[in-house]
Design a protein. Structure first.
Length: 621
């Protein structure tokens, strides 16, 4: 029997420095992220379901149930996983909105679960690509087949259901349990000594084990993690590092190979380290994170500099115009960083989450929630042409967001992230509550000793750096607020009973206020959000002699629409200034020699006004 008091969150370790606060304890009430959650709930989820239907990926389950496969099956070998990510997104959205049992969201969820259930075989096997006459045998193509990968996403969907509506009786939890039992039988210590070519089953099993109280699922996740590095998947053109099968997780020095695979595997390894109290494994992962962030991560937080294999490059190999920076890799990076934050409590992990959220995840979806970037370049050299709204696009083929892709992992990944985003805002420990990401929100939780903590967050972040926390209940506890590394000159002010206490909050990770709070007390954190020019690390050849302009957590971009010329014509000749609500940069046109004050936009807003050229790193000479 599982614990229904567990927070409604995607990741709930049984051990670690911090406990996440779930959707039942934190609600985003507006602002930048509230707007995106609203679009996600009203438009994106419907769009995804429509395309899953029209592309044939959801009907594949009907064909499986009818016994007519492989005839009529559509989509790639991993198409099943998108249905599971969609179910996960729906489950979090139902939990986020407290949808009623007869609500449209709930009805849609149950209809899809029924179709999935009908396709599951009696022993728990569930896949529309393998296992039937005319198809490959089960587990016969582990290098590229994605069978276990798909099941990992099924398990994460079940976790979302366990954590938001455990007694719904729709059957998804039982479906996942039967499939997980099969995986343990087939791939346990006495079974197949093998791994999947795309990590994901590991993270799914670990969290399903936590959610259902099944240690054997966690142990199976640990087995899969430890099997990486043995070369069992064989050699390929891009090397075994593509699968993270070249060296063991413990011996790796940085994330390498396929960037989504690498982040998913690292996330699972942190889960395993936490559950098994494996400090040496955790230390190895922290070291890998450090090197990856310093040397293999773009200024946007994006990861993956190779298009050909969607992979990390070598240290300092970060060409802006060839950045793949897949949206899913950014989400995987958030998964990895969040788990390290929960394990250690260190603010650097929340800093990277913030950077990636604002400059990768927020960049992907269009304003209407029905189009997406798959890859996120930092330099668009040609304007390109708009994507056909009725077509299915190749990956990374358009400079404008496309409605759907032949490999459409990113749209449902964005959807599940936005639906569960409140669970990444705050945590708790024995002493109090920690706020890591800033958005208008309501926080209500109970500490282990029974103290009730309640406060509201008001902010216009990231447009401005004023963050006001208003206490809604009397309680003595420690309130900890993250101070981003860029926030030089941050201050904190406490208003209580007509008295005001002020202090500096240097960017050393966080500032804490410990006191017996009274309802109505106010804590004001001020983060100086001003435009700043950032030089690249001198080892990054591709952008040497350039600067990027940042403002708060947002990376800014120069777009040809504002320059009035191709961005390749621009040279920075002065410092950025803020004028009439815009950041303006003095830019000289190479072709004419004229200097013009040119407005910059937030990188996540690029290409929303039509085809353009764009660059983040702007030459200074």
């Amino acid at each position: 029997m599982f614990d229904t008091t567990t927070p409604a969150a995607p990741v709930v370790p049984t051990r670690g420095r911090l406990r996440p606060l779930g959707l039942d304890e934190v609600r985003i009430t507006g602002g930048f992220w509230g707007d995106r959650q609203a679009v996600n709930g009203t438009a994106t989820l419907t769009h995804i379901e429509s395309r899953l239907e029209s592309e044939g990926w959801l009907p594949n389950f009907d064909l499986a149930a009818a016994g007519t496969l492989p005839a009529g099956r559509r989509g790639r070998e991993f198409a099943d996983s998108e249905i599971y990510k969609y179910l996960e997104a729906l489950a979090w959205e139902i939990g986020r909105t407290d949808a009623a049992a007869d609500d449209d969201l709930e009805r849609r969820f149950r209809r899809v679960v029924d179709r999935v259930a009908a396709a599951q075989e009696s022993d728990g096997y569930l896949n529309t690509m393998f296992g039937r006459e005319g198809q490959g045998e089960r587990w016969s193509a582990l290098q590229w087949g994605h069978e276990l990968y798909c099941l990992g996403h099924l398990f994460q969907a079940a976790v979302a259901r366990v954590r938001t509506r455990p007694d719904a009786g729709d059957g998804l939890i039982d479906i996942a349990r039967r499939a997980a039992d099969l995986v343990c039988r087939e791939f346990g210590a006495d079974g197949r000594d093998a791994i999947c070519g795309h990590a994901e089953v590991e993270v799914g099993l670990a969290e399903l084990g936590r959610a259902l109280g099944e240690q054997r699922y966690v142990d199976q996740a640990a087995l899969f993690v430890e099997r990486h590095g043995r070369g069992s998947l064989g050699e390929i053109e891009w090397g075994r590092s593509y699968f993270q099968d070249d060296v063991s997780v413990r011996d790796a020095e940085a994330l390498r190979g396929h960037s989504v695979r690498a982040n998913y595997l690292s996330s699972a390894a942190v889960d395993v380290a936490a559950e098994l109290s494996d400090e040496s494994l955790l230390a190895a992962l922290r070291s890998q994170w450090d090197r990856t962030v310093e040397r293999r991560t773009y200024v946007t937080g994006g990861q993956g500099s190779h298009h050909q294999d969607e992979a990390f490059g070598d240290d300092w190999e970060l060409p802006p115009d060839r950045a793949y920076s897949e949206t899913c890799a950014g989400i995987g990076s958030i998964m990895f960083s969040w788990r390290l934050l929960l394990a250690t409590g260190e603010a650097q992990y929340a800093d990277l989450i913030e950077r990636t959220l604002f400059n990768v995840v927020a960049t992907s979806p269009g304003d209407d929630g029905r189009s997406f970037f798959y890859a996120n370049t930092l330099h668009q050299r040609t304007p390109g042409i708009p994507a056909d709204p009725d077509a299915t696009s190749p990956r990374a083929s358009s400079s404008l967001r496309a409605p759907w892709f032949e490999v459409s992992c990113c749209p449902p990944n964005v959807a599940r992230t936005f639906a569960s985003l409140a669970a990444y805002l705050a945590t708790a420990d024995d002493d109090g509550v920690q706020v890591h990401q800033y958005a208008p929100s309501a926080v209500r939780t109970t500490l282990p000793d029974g103290r009730v903590v309640a406060f509201d967050v008001e902010t216009g972040y990231p447009a401005d750096g004023g963050i006001r926390i208003t206490l809604r209940a009397d309680a003595e506890f420690t309130l900890t607020l993250r101070v981003p590394a860029w926030a030089e000159g941050a201050t904190v002010r406490v208003h209580s009973g007509g008295e005001v206490e002020s202090s500096e909050a240097a960017p050393v990770g966080s500032v804490s206020v410990t006191r017996a709070f009274r309802a109505g007390d106010i804590v004001d954190l001020h983060l100086p959000i001003v435009a700043r020019a950032t030089a690249p690390h001198p080892m990054v050849d591709a952008v040497r002699g350039s600067v990027v302009i940042e403002r708060g957590p947002e990376v800014l971009a120069l777009e040809s629409i504002d320059l009035g010329a191709d961005v390749g014509d621009a040279v920075v000749v002065g410092d950025p200034v803020e004028r009439d609500g815009h950041v303006v940069l003095p830019v000289r046109h190479r072709s004419t020699g004229d200097t013009v004050d040119t407005p910059l936009i937030a990188y996540h807003d690029w290409a929303r006004r039509g085809p353009s050229t764009m660059r983040v790193w702007i030459p200074t000479t």
